[in-house]
Write a protein that binds this ligand. Sequence first.
Ligand code: ZN
Length: 163
Amino acid sequence: MLRALRRRVSAHPRSAASRRSLLKLIGLGLLANATRGGAADAPVPQPAAARARDFMTRAEQLRSRALADGDQGYGAVIVRDGRIVGQAPSRVVVNGDPTAHAETEAIRDACRRLGTRDLRGCVMYSTTAACAMCETAAYWASVTRMYAGEDIADRGAPRYGGC
Ligand SMILES: [Zn+2]
């Protein structure tokens, strides 16, 4: 994506100075995306170890990011085979979308990245227990198990309309 943007910018008949400032803005945008949980086409940074605590720590970092952005304090990650394949902070306020809970956003992120709507074998870590909407979304995505909160409580397999 960045290469395509650079090509487009360098093809544009503007001064070198304005090209430089445009490239700087693009760079800042990518940096902002990375700290918000990553653009969909950027790889998800992986924790040093593949332990439940490390995945929950990432979810907590996403919660902090949500709060820093003025959103609701929730974060979630989706893990498959010991790797984070989807992650998101809450984006309800930022996106003006009442369905953009962290868990549902993390499911969307994982589906986008994996190119599937079937998250069988995936585990969800979220900073609080999933609400009925998010648990149902996890159910429809076939997420295998959910863990929630600082104590990494086992919430079992998602249930339809569960809470
Ligand atoms: Zn929810």
